[in-house]
Design a protein around this ligand. Structure first.
Ligand SMILES: *Cc1c(COP(=O)(O)O)cnc(C)c1O
Length: 409
């Protein structure tokens, strides 16, 4: 049983600053807001140097000093590799803009970056003795939860809106999650989990309703900084649902600055949403710190169909502090960007990732993104999980093969 160094000092309410002890099971703070993990950053900074990372495996557990897990035996590994940053040079030339980089998170276990958050949440749940977990999900989070919990021998109950992509529903159930479809939105599913807590004795692992998923998503910020040799990009476009990744990266940058690995320069953080579900964009434009729940949410980008986010103020604070903005794109522009990237770059984005490309195109025109800026897009899941338009041709093998037809197709 090898103890690993952790520098966690306490948890802190992200809204009131009230502190809570670490090493105990926590959901939201008493104020009903997300709890953030705090570290002794001075000690952390003394314990590790950038060079120490070089000899470690290319996986996100290489940042273990920045993470809260105490005992390595509680870590469940499914191959949490560092994801590649792909340059999109052809699109860059076509749009006449600065460098376009795509962080391709679809390579992670269960095909999405939800693996980062859930790997941490499950390791911590194991450490704190949880044996049953529940969550509402639009798909990818449930898949990651089911996989990590099955590996960790934790029971899971997973609630999805009935129009969750079919692949997701199947993979959640096939990987051992007890899977339920409900005729409503993710917030309605969240209510089932919240209200069932006492009767079902499960731990609620909804986005930001426990403190550790955000720590997992934080590794995106650590990782991209390391991959870019500790120089952050000018702009990060992030497809924003619950916002865990955006908030997590912002936290990562602060922690890296505190230990002197980066300076005070930050990327402008751009929260990308779909026109059919854009509560954060509306709040940003209206200058408010909290978002109103979005009614009749709809978009093909199911991962960002989140009508109300408990961490809305954390997203908005980070976006504003960074000098960034929030922007909505149409489903048509998502489809167009999806096709363009697949056919020109050979990169199969998920619709949420395509939304960031659509936003880039739109904002280069509006001027909110400048033509000389280095931009990082987030592709959060493998495109293979989503329906794709098929444009194939058919051949009748009972007839002579018509190569003229084949050539002209
Ligand atoms: C969950 C998800 C998002 C949104 O991530 P948050 O950090 O919760 O905002 C975006 N894209 C995909 C594919 C997702 O699964």
């Amino acid at each position: 049983m090898k103890e690993i160094d952790t520098f966690v000092t306490h948890l802190e309410c992200s809204y009131t600053g009230k502190t809570y002890p670490a090493d105990q099971l926590h959901g939201l703070s008493e104020a009903g807001k997300p709890l953030l993990v705090r570290y002794d950053l001075e000690a952390l900074g003394k314990a590790i140097e950038k060079e120490d990372l070089e000899g470690r495996l290319p996986e996100f557990w290489r940042y273990r000093e920045f993470l809260p897990v105490r005992k390595s035996e509680n870590i469940v590994r499914l191959g949490e590799l560092m994801t590649p940053i792909l340059p999109a040079e052809k699109l860059q030339n076509e749009y006449g803009c600065g460098e376009i980089l795509i962080k391709d998170e679809g390579r992670l276990p269960t095909g999405s970056f939800k693996a980062r958050g859930l790997a941490l949440a499950v390791a911590m749940a194991k450490e704190l003795g949880v044996t049953r977990m529940a969550m509402p999900t639009n798909g990818n989070a449930g898949a990651a939860l089911a996989a990590y919990c099955s590996a960790a021998d934790i029971e899971t109950y997973i609630f999805c809106p009935e129009d969750t992509p079919k692949v997701n529903i199947a993979e959640i159930a096939f990987q051992g999650g007890k899977t339920f479809l409900a005729n409503g939105y993710i917030n309605d599913c969240g209510r089932i989990v919240g209200e069932g807590k006492e009767k079902m004795n499960w731990f609620d692992v909804s986005t930001l309703k426990e403190p550790y998923r955000i720590e997992g998503k934080k590794t995106m910020g650590l990782e991209l900084a390391e991959q870019l040799d500790w120089q952050l990009p000018d702009v990060i476009l992030y497809p924003t649902g619950g916002g865990t990744g955006l908030i997590g990266m912002w936290k990562a940058f602060d922690e890296l600055e505190a230990i002197g690995w980066i300076g005070s320069k930050r990327p402008r953080m751009v929260a990308v949403q779909a026109e059919g579900c854009a509560p954060i964009v509306k709040a940003f434009d209206e200058g408010t710190r909290h978002a109103q729940p979005w009614l009749d949410a709809h978009t093909i980008a199911s991962g960002i169909r989140v009508p109300a986010a408990v961490g809305d103020f954390l997203i908005l604070d980070a976006v504003r502090a960074s000098g960034g903005f929030a922007v909505a794109v149409s489903d048509e522009s998502i489809n167009e960007a999806h096709r363009e990237c697949a056919q020109k770059e050979g990169i199969l984005l998920c619709p949420e990732g395509a939304a960031t490309l659509a936003a880039l195109k739109q904002e280069l025109v509006s001027g909110r993104i400048k033509a000389d800026e280095q931009v990082m897009l987030f592709n959060c899941a493998t495109g293979l999980k989503y329906p794709m338009p098929s444009t194939h041709h058919t051949i009748d093998l009972t007839q002579p093969i018509d190569y003229d037809f084949i050539r002209d197709c």
